[in-house]
Design a protein around this ligand. Structure first.
Ligand code: SF4
Ligand code: SF4
Length: 373
């Protein structure tokens, strides 16, 4: 029964994502449905508080969460919807590549805590820029034994040295591709670089090789689209290089709305079909993303691995794994000070205007409390 429901779900998903007018309608409508549901949920959450006293005992890194080891914050693209080109132009981002020692320490501690899910994607930057990425994937999957190691890449470097083959052969659980669409001209305008052909052939090679090995990895191509989904779906490159490889484990999706990177991305940065996400009501309740710890390339540990405004070495940093363990940092006064601050209306700079804000709620808390025993 479960299998039939799964197959049916996949067929519906596939139909929506490969049928232009249907995809346009669904993604257009999703923006309004999402905003309506979010406003309703947040109204409810504002009335049912998880108190700081309840939260305190469950504040630390738990094995059910996921850890981010951002292997490098250097990128080879300049996307118009991302803070990266702005923080590079303003010279506020301190860039670097994670040493193997820092990575190993984070992974060993994580494995010891029982963690399984490891994301190698930095807040900004492309993991494939790290020249030692494959050594790190090998260590996390085959030495530390983590079951769910994955990354998000723009795929520009995925053909280089057969990286697409090696990622699959090393046992990566999932590869998420973030790309523009299936038009070279639009890609160059939105991604700000002329690597369309490299990225498109890399995506195809990855999907083809993964299929030849029996689809060991999940692959999702996430279009950060300026064009409507229908324009991508009817393009020759989509039909030739992507559609033939789609399956239950290999999927595409389009972008409903774009995040504002704590206010760094403005409405005028949105072009074509792009829409900026509406700023949700900012409640005096901590954000769920504060509980996903991220290790920066230099060992600094930051709450929230997903957004920055000017720098990832900011007031969300709560320690350094060169000095303390991840567990100690997650239980430390600095981390708790930030989390508790939300209850008092105090937020780190990046959180002040963040459209990614997701308040914790009772359901989230019950699951967290159940998993931390
Ligand atoms: S969205 Fe990703 S690929 Fe584009 S500039 Fe930002 S970090 Fe780089
Ligand atoms: S409000 Fe935004 S920046 Fe702050 S923790 Fe949540 S997602 Fe991260």
């Amino acid at each position: 029964m479960k299998r039939i429901a799964r197959k049916l779900g996949w067929r519906i998903y596939h139909f929506v994502h490969t049928n232009g007018p249907v995809a346009d309608f669904v993604y257009w409508g999703a923006f309004y449905v999402q905003n309506f549901l979010r406003a309703r949920q947040y109204k409810k959450y504002s009335k049912q508080h998880v108190t700081p006293e309840e939260l305190f005992a469950h504040r630390q890194l738990s094995s059910e969460a996921y850890l981010v080891t951002g292997v490098t914050n250097i990128c080879n693209a300049k996307c118009t919807f991302c803070a990266y080109p702005k923080v590079v132009a303003n010279k506020t981002l301190e860039t670097g590549v994670m040493s193997f020692d820092v990575f190993k320490k984070a992974v060993d501690e994580w494995a010891k805590l029982g963690g399984q899910s490891l994301d190698l994607t930095p807040v900004v930057g492309d993991p494939l820029v790290d020249p030692n990425l494959l050594q790190k994937v090998d260590y996390a999957v085959n030495k530390a034994g983590l079951k769910d190691v994955y990354l998000t890449t723009n795929a520009i470097l995925i053909n280089k040295n057969d990286t697409y083959k090696k990622l699959i052969d090393l046992g990566i659980a999932a590869v998420f591709i973030s790309t523009q669409g299936a038009s070279k001209e639009v890609y160059e305008k939105i991604y700000g670089v002329n690597h369309y052909d490299a990225a498109m052939s890399g995506i195809r090679n990855l999907m083809e090789y993964n299929r030849s090995k029996g689809e060991p990895a999940r692959i999702v191509v996430r279009f950060r689209n300026h064009e409507k989904p229908s324009q991508i779906i009817r393009s020759p490159d989509f039909k030739k290089n992507i559609q033939p490889y789609l399956s239950e484990r290999v999927r595409v999706n389009y972008t409903v709305d774009f995040d504002n990177w704590g206010g760094t991305i403005k409405p005028e940065d949105m072009t074509g079909n792009m829409r900026l996400r509406v700023l949700p009501p900012l409640l005096d309740v901590p954000c769920k993303n504060l509980f996903n710890f991220a290790v920066r390339h230099d060992g600094r540990v930051r709450l929230c691995g997903c957004r920055l405004t000017t720098n990832d070495n900011d007031d969300l940093v709560v320690g350094n794994i060169k000095d303390k363990t991840l567990e100690e940092i997650s239980k430390g006064d600095e981390a708790w000070g930030i989390i508790k601050g939300f209850y008092e209306g105090k937020r780190p700079h990046t959180c002040l205007e963040c459209t990614f804000y997701q308040p914790i709620n009772e359901k989230w808390f019950k699951e967290r409390a159940a998993n931390s025993h």
